[in-house]
Design a protein around this ligand. Structure first.
Ligand SMILES: *[C@@H]1O[C@H](CO)[C@@H](O)[C@H](O)[C@H]1NC(C)=O
Ligand SMILES: *[C@@H]1O[C@H](CO)[C@@H](O)[C@H](O)[C@H]1NC(C)=O
Ligand SMILES: *[C@@H]1O[C@H](CO)[C@@H](O)[C@H](O)[C@H]1NC(C)=O
Ligand SMILES: *[C@@H]1O[C@H](CO)[C@@H](O)[C@H](O)[C@H]1NC(C)=O
Ligand SMILES: *[C@@H]1O[C@H](CO)[C@@H](O)[C@H](O)[C@H]1NC(C)=O
Length: 370
């Protein structure tokens, strides 16, 4: 074949460019005169799709971790369900702070926009890079990982299991308090109820957590409990079990970290806190109880709850109604229900260990109570 002449190629190229320019100009004019229909223009009007407005409302800060996802991942579905339930029943304007990697960020953006339209509510949001966050808590991760991580995986993702303890370093200084949520939650009632719990914090408390609702800590502490009389790991009893455990005479199931309330301001002001998250402190506590966990930050909160109860405000179980029943079928059938029981009104359902949240959540009582 004969090679086309260079000048011909050049002309063809210029011609294509010209066509494109005309086309885009047409589209632009057309859009200006005739914007594409939106689900409801009134709806879009109030949306904040821009992080610069997040400082308008300092108080209702929610943190989520959304990494390593694809459009079809179960995590994406959980994320959508959580956000939709949160928005649908929220009476306050929420500021979402979402820790993402590049790919997850674009999926999150897409879902946020869809959900705002579907729930017809506005919200603020801001993204944080997962690697920046992990870097800011390297010391915490190094101190805790040997005792509370099941299988040391890739560094960055694993470090995020401890992010709640160092979130005060990541959060903008303007944020005085926040709630960190797992993605496998579902809000039955207004999240403002959860924010109201901050006002009941004792003056020394940095964190607010609800109890763990399985015997996992009885299991982890079995070595220690064989040799020591202790209420640590026992389910909550009506009456005191042992006067020798003044902090938790009626039992102590430990904490679950699916919902964590954090008072950043107190944490930033504290000199005590930085000592408690050191390697030496973690070693002291884990040695004492022969403690080897696998649940990340919640293992640490559970130890804190026993050794430094003044640092944690215990929320009632309705604020984190866990649904995982794995331990019922793994050696704890007789006592499981004493741990699992929750008589408080349910604000948040937690489908932990991949438990499907029943879609009759509107009236879940029959499934959930003993
Ligand atoms: C966000 O909004 C501010 C002020 O409304 C504006 O100056 C800025 O360019 C916007 N940023 C983006 C990414 O849209
Ligand atoms: C959304 O909220 C309304 C009431 O505000 C409720 O009737 C509806 O069931 C909720 N939708 C879902 C899917 O939770
Ligand atoms: C969306 O919410 C606004 C008020 O926030 C309300 O006026 C409007 O009717 C709602 N639209 C729909 C479709 O529910
Ligand atoms: C933290 O310290 C600042 C400045 O010293 C003070 O204004 C603030 O009240 C303190 N906050 C708490 C919660 O202790
Ligand atoms: C760890 O235990 C040792 C010995 O009991 C004690 O001297 C030290 O202060 C403890 N350190 C921390 C950070 O709790």
């Amino acid at each position: 074949m004969k090679k086309p002449k260079k000048s011909f190629l050049l002309h063809a190229f210029l011609f294509i460019i010209l066509i494109c320019l005309v086309y885009f100009a047409f589209i632009t004019i057309n859009l200006k005169n005739n914007p594409p229909p939106t689900p409801s223009s009134a709806v879009f009007h109030s949306f904040t799709t821009n992080a610069s407005t997040i400082t308008k409302n300092l108080d209702y800060n929610i943190w989520l971790i959304f990494t390593k996802v694809s459009t079809k991942s179960p995590l994406t579905v959980k994320f959508e369900n959580l956000l939709y339930s949160l928005l649908n029943v929220s009476s306050v304007l929420l500021n979402f702070n979402i820790i993402v990697d590049e790919k997850s960020k674009s999926i999150a953006l897409l879902k946020l926009t869809e959900i705002m339209v579907k729930a017809n509510k506005s919200m603020n949001y801001k993204f944080y890079d997962v690697q920046d966050c992990a870097r800011k808590i390297t010391d915490i991760y190094d101190a805790m990982m040997p005792f509370f991580s099941s299988k040391p995986g890739t560094y960055y993702s694993d470090a995020l299991f401890y992010i709640s303890l160092g979130l005060y370093r990541v959060a903008p200084i303007k944020q005085k308090r926040a709630i960190l949520l797992d993605c496998d939650l579902y809000f039955k009632k207004d999240v403002a109820l959860l924010f109201e719990e901050f006002q009941w914090f004792k003056s020394t408390a940095f964190f607010g957590l609800a109890p763990e609702l399985t015997p996992v800590y009885k299991h982890i502490l079995h070595m220690y409990k064989r040799k020591h009389k202790t209420t640590f790991g026992e389910f909550y009893h009506q009456r005191p079990l042992s006067p020798s455990s003044p902090n938790h005479p009626k039992g102590f199931q430990g904490y679950n970290s699916g919902v964590v309330l954090v008072d950043f301001e107190k944490q930033r002001n504290s000199t005590e806190f930085s000592k408690i998250i050191t390697k030496e402190s973690v070693i002291n506590m884990t040695e004492k109880y022969k403690f080897r966990g696998h649940l990340g930050d919640q293992d640490f909160y559970t130890l804190l709850g026993y050794e430094y109860p003044e640092l944690i405000q215990t929320l009632n179980c309705g604020f984190n109604r866990q649904l995982c029943t794995w331990w019922r079928d793994h050696g704890y059938r007789e006592i499981f229900d004493y741990y699992f029981k929750c008589d408080h009104p349910i604000v948040v359902l937690h489908g932990n260990c991949n438990t499907r949240i029943p879609m009759d959540y509107v009236n879940p009582q029959k499934n959930l109570t003993l």
